[in-house]
Design a protein around this ligand. Sequence first.
Ligand code: RB5
Length: 151
Amino acid sequence: MKFEKAIAIASDHAGFNLKQEVKKHLDELGVAYKDYGTYENKSCNYPDYAEALCRGIQAGESDLGILVCGTGVGMSMAANKCRGIRAACCSDTFSARMTRMHNDANVLCIGERVVGAGLAADLVDVFLGTAFEGGRHQIRVDMITALEEKR
Ligand code: RB5
């Protein structure tokens, strides 16, 4: 896959095995990525890894991120607390496509206990391969960003 964006990936222990599968898939596609951990199956806390990956995006090290935990939900909750992050937990390719087109999502969250390796690879392909449509959707994305200032 010819891909110009920088990709980040991270997981907790419950998402570690699926993260390894996703990394293998990215390797096969020739897509480079930075892995923010965890690097083992040992129990850990998913907000730490969501934060590490999101800080990388905020710092401009990466454009798009992939977070994996047991369900994908905890990772998305934690990531969405980070400024400038729009994380979408997806287990179907339609949502993965639409969240890029309409929400300009910059982080895809996947659950190892929810989806298999094949579907995860499809989710990643769709997420990375779909562009934001802009236009009327930009106004709404700007409104999401404005919510960060209202806190
Ligand atoms: C870990 O057991 C699990 O709670 C975590 O990976 C995630 O699914 C939370 O949302």
